[in-house]
Design a protein around this ligand. Structure first.
Ligand SMILES: Nc1ncnc2c1ncn2[C@@H]1O[C@H](COP(=O)(O)OP(=O)(O)OP(=O)(O)O)[C@@H](O)[C@H]1O
Ligand SMILES: [Mg+2]
Length: 387
């Protein structure tokens, strides 16, 4: 009896493997992950060879890439292939130089929240977790500037809360910036970072004064740079200045509305931010620009070029993804218009375009508690520079 059952099961498995083999072949052909050679007897199509199938669960395929193919080529069409293999998504990882491991996923690997372990390792920031369950950890000193875009309720502020909670305790970092929404800097009241923070839109002059103070500080740092260095040394006395510009479009909108021919405050604010972007990186300045859409009127090509870390939460259309991630696969960009809050695309130096989920600290109360725990209010109080 056991013998017959085992035989039956084996036959079923073989049928399943056959079905996967065919599905793989046809899906690759349909998605263009193949080479096509015209011969006298008609076209010959070759797809990456399926060298192993584990029925699992989870079902795992091992394939050998065709000559000239890269893992990125496979990842780019994964969304086109997955449904034909009976999966919602594929988790594609490298196996040596020319093989790939493909795990068939029954659910989006980015479903479910990612926690934020605190305190963070000094100087390092968890940006999120990617589809292969890899933690994306970034050394803040290694990036230039960052731009974050996303439609309303897509997770920009939550991401920023996570960033600030991780950096707040670092003695080598000062958290600075301008926040028209008035929420970002509230937990910092009375602690060392607060001297470099301005909130709300009632007092535009305060925003300008802050940016002027930052530019002056940057200039002073550059002019006192020793002759044998091309970047300033980051020390507790000369910390990294992470300048968060939350809802930058709102700041520009208010500043432009208040501008007159005699007093063009909008232009002045744009010019100051432009200088920080262009010259700040070597002086230990790291700007984080947060906008709903990185359109040219707010973030021109120059500003975009200065941002080496580019993050898009849900966007309203494919074109918005293109603004920060030129060359992103169309199907990925389309899928991103319905992304869940907290799910984003990341472009970073030396990294392929990566889909990830940002960490979730909890709500606003958790953010306040995390900042307070990282930076108790009894630390040397601020001297308001932008008052
Ligand atoms: N990483 C995440 N994980 C889980 N849920 C999240 C995550 N990020 C955001 N959310 C959910 O989405 C909601 C909206 O997020 P958030 O306030 O950050 O959006 P936003 O992009 O800043 O929107 P707005 O432009 O309106 O300020 C949050 O209240 C939270 O419920
Ligand atoms: Mg927000």
């Amino acid at each position: 009896m056991g013998f017959w059952t085992a035989r039956q099961e084996r036959a079923l498995d073989e049928r399943e493997v056959d079905a996967l083999w065919w599905a793989w072949r046809q899906a690759c052909e349909g998605a263009g992950l193949c080479t096509r050679v015209d011969t006298v007897t008609g076209p010959t199509v070759t797809v990456p060879r399926l060298v192993d199938v584990v029925l699992g669960p989870p079902v795992v395929l091992t394939v050998q890439l065709l000559p000239g193919q890269l893992l990125g080529d496979l990842r780019r069409v994964a969304l086109r292939i997955a449904p034909h293999l009976g999966a919602v998504a594929l988790r594609v990882t490298a196996l040596g130089q020319i093989h790939a491991r493909i795990e068939l996923l029954g659910a989006d690997p980015l479903d479910g929240t990612v926690g934020l372990p605190l305190p963070a390792a000094p100087g390092r920031v968890l940006l999120g977790r990617d589809e292969t369950a890899r933690d994306l950890v970034q050394s803040w000193a290694d990036v230039a500037h960052t731009i974050v875009q996303g439609v309303t309720r897509s997770g920009k502020s939550v991401f920023t809360y996570g960033l600030l909670s991780q950096l707040a305790a670092d003695p080598l970092v000062t958290l600075c910036g301008s926040d028209p929404t008035g929420l970002l800097w509230r937990p910092f009241a009375g602690i060392r970072h607060a001297a470099w923070q301005v909130s709300g839109v009632d007092d535009l002059a305060a925003h300008e004064a802050l940016l002027l103070a930052l530019v002056e500080d940057m200039d002073a740092r550059i002019s006192s740079m020793p002759a044998d260095r091309d970047t300033v040394e980051i020390t507790p006395a000369q910390p990294l200045r992470v300048v968060v510009l939350e809802e930058l479009a709102a700041l520009y909108r208010v500043a432009d509305a208040a501008s007159t021919t005699k007093d063009p405050i909008g232009k002045r604010i744009r010019a100051l931010i432009g200088r920080l972007l262009a010259e700040g990186a070597k002086a230990g300045y790291r700007l984080v620009l947060i906008v709903q859409r990185a359109e040219a009127a707010i973030v021109g090509a120059f500003e975009r070029a200065m941002c080496s870390l580019r993050i898009s939460f849900r966007t309203d259309n494919r074109a918005s993804v293109e603004l920060l991630h030129p060359g992103a696969p169309a199907e990925l960009a389309d899928q991103h218009t319905v992304a869940c809050p907290g799910v984003a695309l990341l472009s970073a130096p030396g990294e392929e375009l990566t889909r990830f989920r940002a960490p979730y600290l909890g709500g606003y109360p958790e953010y306040v508690a995390a900042v307070r725990a990282a930076c108790p209010p009894d630390q040397s109080g601020p001297v308001a520079i932008a008052a």
